[in-house]
Design a protein around this ligand. Structure first.
Ligand SMILES: [Zn+2]
Length: 390
């Protein structure tokens, strides 16, 4: 019989939150799903969603395989309704900092260093008691309004989960941000997707998160899709017609001293023209460096991403890319013009500057390569290890 070890009641305040929002587990081995809610403390919608899913599971007791664990992210910041206390909890999942903390050294991360260690402890305990496939979904909301979307490292296993979630699929975040929870979990070899449900104050955000959690449970194989309550989430018309697949082209990073102020009125996925006024800071006007759609424009005081610009990708692109990866065509990358094998890194190539500006990077993305960084005149890209299909 599935049983829950830490249930919470309807309407319980975020202030009384504990790390484990809830857990639902079948006695038999199976997949593990971990949902993280509120890794940013001003984004409580995921907490409400997890509580609703938990109550529904307890009331209905459907046939269930494996374990679902719902964890609160930044408990200290959630209690204060702030994105973070000392630093962004979703930018400090860096191997060197985690290793330094576990080696007994005190992580200099302050409040968020302690939050990360507590969260990691719960995740590692869940990994230790389950041997099945692992899916992690990290629930967020944004400071701008707009339709929902998922963000993930473009590995095939992550795509399979994202394709089951509502809204747009955003590729390429890992090339612009380091230290996110999903990047860390992905490095451990697990499926990991971030999910953005709309504006922080959108009354539908919790219901959209709820839908995402149910869909993750079915995608992972914990639940039969027929067991999902029919009334979950808003109707599909609520999502409008945003592009299904986009790729991040550009990130405008900001520091607190920049005095960054986004121009009012931008929504997620809104079209922008090259040269359009996006924001202002101490240096003056900030113009869109290229045409595309704006994503996550920053309308709050805390945060290091001013805005992203994305472009639409046709769905056929995903299908072609899946086929190319299954065929292992990425191994032939060093034969492309301007591309050579990296002398030290396995599965990595150096793309000379002229080639890096052209179509070559697109082909390497199709083959499953991601940008690692570079030096003047050269870009380093490395091929992902794709997990075997279960
Ligand atoms: Zn967030």
């Amino acid at each position: 019989m599935p049983r829950n070890l830490a249930s919470t009641s309807e309407g319980e305040a975020v202030e009384t939150l504990t790390r484990v929002i809830g857990r639902f587990r079948a006695p038999a081995e199976g997949p593990l799903v971990v949902s993280i809610a509120g890794i940013h403390g001003n984004e409580p919608a995921g907490i409400h969603a997890c509580r609703r899913v938990l109550r529904a599971l307890e009331a209905r007791r459907p046939a269930f395989r494996g374990e679902w664990l719902a964890l609160a992210g930044n408990v200290a910041a959630l209690g204060r309704g702030r994105r973070f206390i000392d630093e962004d909890l979703n930018r400090i999942w860096l191997t060197e900092r985690i290793e330094a903390a576990s080696a007994g050294g005190r992580d200099a991360g302050g409040a968020e260093g302690r939050e990360r260690e507590a969260l990691l402890g719960e995740i590692e305990a869940a990994l230790a008691r389950n041997s099945g496939e692992v899916h992690v979904i990290d629930l967020h909301t944004t400071s701008a309004p707009g339709s929902p979307f998922s963000v993930f490292e473009d590995a095939l296993a992550n795509r399979r989960l994202a394709e089951r979630l509502p809204g747009s699929m955003v590729l390429g975040l890992e090339e612009h941000l380091q230290g996110t929870l999903i990047e860390y979990v992905g490095r451990l070899g697990h499926v990991a997707v971030g999910f953005e449900a709309g504006h922080h104050d959108d009354p539908d955000a919790a219901a959209i998160h709820e839908l995402a959690v149910w869909r993750t449970l079915t995608a992972a194989g914990c639940l039969n899709p027929a067991a999902v309550p029919a009334s979950v989430g808003p109707g599909p018309s609520r999502f409008g017609t945003p592009p299904r697949v986009v790729e991040i082209l550009y990130r405008h990073g900001v520091a607190p001293s920049d005095g960054f102020v986004m121009e009012p009125g931008f929504q997620n996925m809104q079209g922008v023209k090259k040269g359009e006024l996006m924001a202002r800071d101490r240096s003056g006007e900030i113009l869109a460096p290229r045409q595309g759609r704006v994503l996550m424009p920053l309308y709050q005081s805390q945060g290091s991403d001013g805005f992203f610009i994305v472009r639409e990708r046709r769905r056929i692109w995903l299908r072609i890319s899946t086929a190319m990866r299954r065929l292992g065509l990425g191994r032939l990358a060093p034969r492309l013009p301007g591309v050579e094998r990296h002398p030290d890194l396995d599965d990595a190539v150096i793309v000379r500057r002229r080639a890096a500006d052209g179509w070559i990077v697109g082909v390497l993305h199709l083959c499953g390569y991601r940008k690692l960084g570079g030096e003047p005149g050269a870009l380093v890209m490395r091929r992902r290890r794709e997990a075997a299909r279960p």
